[in-house]
Design a protein around this ligand. Structure first.
Ligand SMILES: [Fe+2]
Ligand SMILES: [Fe+2]
Length: 298
C-alpha cells in the first residue's frame, strides 16, 4: 500500500490538457504495431498506420479496464469488516483503473484533434466486461494477471530502453506511468488468486476450470482485436483517401492480425513473471499455458 501511494500520479501531470502529440514520428514502437514491414504501404502510410494503432492501443486499455473496475470493486467488497488494509489496497486498485480509463480517453480525444479525423473505435466495452465477468473469479484473476504483466512487458521490453526508434515522448511517458501502477496491481492479482484458490473446496478442479475459461477469454480478446483491426483499416483508408485492392487489404490485415495477437496475447503468455506467478499457483496451470502458446504465436 505504501508503495502504491508513493508511485501514484494525477492525470494532469501525465497528460496536461494542452499536451501536443508529435505526429512526425512513430508513437508506439514497431514491435507493438508491426507496420514497418508492410510492402504495399509507403513509409508515410506506414507511419499513419502506426499512429492509428497507437490510438487503438490507448482505446483498448480503456476498453479492457472496464471489467477490472468491476472485478476489483467486488473483491474489495469481500474484505468489508475483515481486512481493512487489503480493502484499501483493492479500492485504490479500482480507483487507479478508472483513472487509467480517463487518461486513455483524454489521449483519444487529443489524438482525434491532432489527427484531423476521429478514428473508428469499438464501443461495446460494457458488453465485453459483462461477458468476462460471467467466468469464475479465479479465471478472471489469472486473465487479469496476464493483462497487467503484458502491459509491463510492453513498456520494459519495447519502450524503456528503445534506442533504435525516436518515439513520441508524450506517449512513452504515459506508458511509463501506467506501468508504475500496474506493477502494484499484478501483485494484488496474484494475492487474490492465491486466496480464491486456498478457499476452493477442490483446488485442482477450480484451477482446471479456470484455465479452460482463461483460454475462452483469450479467444474473446482475439475477436475484439480483430474487430478493432477492421476499424483501423477503415480509418487508414479514410485518412489516406485511398481504397485498398483485395491483395493490399490482405497484406495489411495479415500483418496487423499477427501484430495484434502477439502484442496482446503472445507477449502476456510469454511474460516470464506471468509464467512464474502461474507456476506458483500450480505447475499444471503453467503447462496449460505453455501448451496453448503455439496457437497464438510461433
Ligand atoms: Fe491500468
Ligand atoms: Fe491494472
Amino acid at each position: 500500500m505504501q508503495n502504491s501511494e508513493r508511485v501514484a500520479w494525477r492525470i494532469d501531470e501525465v497528460l496536461p490538457r494542452n499536451a501536443v502529440i508529435d505526429f512526425s514520428r512513430r508513437i508506439l514502437p514497431d514491435a507493438l504495431t508491426g507496420t514497418g514491414g508492410i510492402r504495399c504501404l509507403t513509409e508515410a502510410e506506414q507511419l499513419k498506420l502506426n499512429h492509428i494503432r497507437t490510438n487503438s492501443y490507448a482505446h483498448l486499455f480503456l476498453f479492457l479496464e472496464e471489467y477490472v473496475v468491476a472485478l476489483m470493486s467486488q473483491r474489495a467488497g469481500l474484505e468489508l469488516h475483515s481486512n481493512p488494509t487489503q480493502m484499501r489496497a483493492l479500492i485504490r486498485f479500482t480507483e487507479e483503473e478508472i483513472k487509467h480509463q480517463q487518461l486513455f480517453a483524454r489521449y483519444n480525444n487529443l489524438f482525434a484533434e491532432g489527427f484531423k479525423l476521429a478514428p473508428a473505435l469499438l464501443d461495446n466495452h460494457v458488453q465485453v466486461a459483462r461477458a468476462i465477468l460471467t467466468k469464475s473469479q479465479l479465471a478472471i484473476l489469472i486473465f487479469n494477471l496476464h493483462m497487467e504483466l503484458m502491459t509491463q512487458q510492453h513498456y520494459v521490453e519495447t519502450i524503456r530502453d528503445n534506442g533504435d526508434e525516436q518515439l513520441d515522448p508524450l506517449f512513452c511517458s504515459i506508458l511509463k506511468h501506467h506501468w508504475l501502477e500496474e506493477t502494484q496491481h499484478a501483485r494484488l492479482d496474484y494475492l487474490e488468486a492465491q486466496k480464491v484458490l486456498s478457499q476452493a473446496p477442490d483446488a485442482a478442479a477450480a484451477l482446471e476450470q479456470a484455465m479452460t475459461e482463461y483460454t475462452e477469454l483469450l479467444a474473446a480478446v482475439r475477436g475484439t482485436l480483430i474487430a478493432q483491426l477492421e476499424l483501423d483499416i477503415q480509418t487508414l483508408e479514410k485518412s489516406l483517401g485511398r481504397t485498398f485492392t483485395e491483395a493490399e487489404r490482405k497484406e495489411i490485415f495479415d500483418a496487423q492480425e499477427r501484430s495484434y495477437v502477439w502484442t496482446f496475447i503472445g507477449m502476456g503468455m510469454k511474460a516470464p513473471l506471468f509464467l512464474s506467478r502461474v507456476r506458483s499457483l500450480s505447475p499444471v496451470a503453467e503447462q496449460r499455458i505453455l501448451d496453448l502458446a503455439p496457437t497464438y504465436y510461433a
